[in-house]
Design a protein around this ligand. Sequence first.
Ligand code: HEM
Length: 460
Amino acid sequence: PGPPRDSFFLGHSPTMLRLMKNNLLMYDHFLGWVQKYGPVVRINGLHRVIILVVSPEAVKELLMSPKYSKDKFYDVIANMFGVRFMGKGLVTDRDYDHWHKQRRIMDPAFSRTYLMGLMGPFNEKAEELMEKLMEKADGKCEIKMHDMLSRLTLDVIGKVAFGMELNSLNDDLTPFPKAISLVMKGIVEMRNPMVRYSLAKRGFIRKVQESIRLLRQTGKECIERRQKQIQDGEEIPVDILTQILKGAAMEEECDPEILLDNFVTFFIAGQETTANQLSFVVMELGRNPEILEKAQAEIDEVIGSKRDIEYEDLGKLQYLSQVLKETLRLYPTAPGTSRGLTEDMVIDGVKVPENVTIMLNSYIMGRMEQYYSDPLTFNPDRFSPDAPKPYYSYFPFSLGPRSCIGQVFSQMEAKVVMAKLLQRYEFELAEGQSFKILDTGTLRPLDGVICRLRPRTSKK
Ligand code: HEM
């Protein structure tokens, strides 16, 4: 089942291009199709058929079983514009056995027990943001929170994962953050397969290629420096890289190119996703004063006026956790994933042929009345401990073996940042801004959440 194509050759691409051009979210349009045609909808892209599936049973089967591999689309970001980009890093590796070997090495570095020891750098970077915001917190100055939060999340990955000081919160960006930003633009452009043939885009493509080389070169220097430090028995920082290198050393072979693929992967997978989530949290708290008040009261109770947030505090911030989860229901910043079928499959009574791409989408399912009552209302109580758990309709970090390795990392970071922000500032959303969502590969607030801040004193 599915809507009639716009044209035999172009399929539904003209509709998609029109939506993108007008900053309208494709997934809202697809939600309309699901409501009209049912839980399995055929969408014709330029040269591939995509089957959008919103059935919880199918989500469970396709994500929880290692049998279904990621589809060919991931090859497009493995090499971007002819340059090795995320290569065979964790996100793009489609060879299950190879991926599994890597994941075994990396999992300990992202475990809760290991990350507990990294509260220091999380606090340090969040504190730098608070100081930067203080310069503008006069109740009048309008601050684009998304911009500040993106700079922060970049600094956090740099420091917590690789012991790098990127100083992105400074007004003038250094080459590394600039390169990340250009590469992210490249990912957006890549979605239009015609871009690489466009003469007008040649200059842009060259800059993206140069940026990828710069990222990989920086990664190479960072990894080699650390390896030397380890060899020389010098004191080494406690961070994700050290832990990964220790794990990799235990394997017989450790391909330096794959280490670099993962260096790039962590920046790409972990920066915008977290910055966007934090921006949507600020946006929803600004729009819902009672929820904001409740979140502030919890911070006053648990954190009071102390500066350093400890790991034990995070578990006590129950309401803040609910706010973070509800934000990702309405705004899953990485909205979905896809799988390739190697054999025919019947989904909710519809026969789906092999070799098509299945699209699973947490954004669409998160907004369906079948799964959530009053779905467009922001209500953190949906995630209170005694509320029923959503059944395979909520997967902002994906699920199963290929789920996000950075889930704990990102939510620890988000909690530390939000706890400090709520402790220190009253914020008010500037009038006249749009709260629409922009799809740039990840979902982000179109106008960047413009706020006015004033210092706040803890009520405890
Ligand atoms: C995978 C979401 C933060 C690293 C994924 C996937 C999703 C996701 C949906 C599955 C992607 C797919 O199937 O194509 C998010 C969200 C985040 C976040 C919403 C923040 C709010 C992070 C952070 C890191 C990270 C901070 C690293 C520092 C990864 C990696 C994978 C992944 C390496 C691939 C895992 C694998 O296949 O083994 N993430 N992510 N993510 N994420 Fe995250």
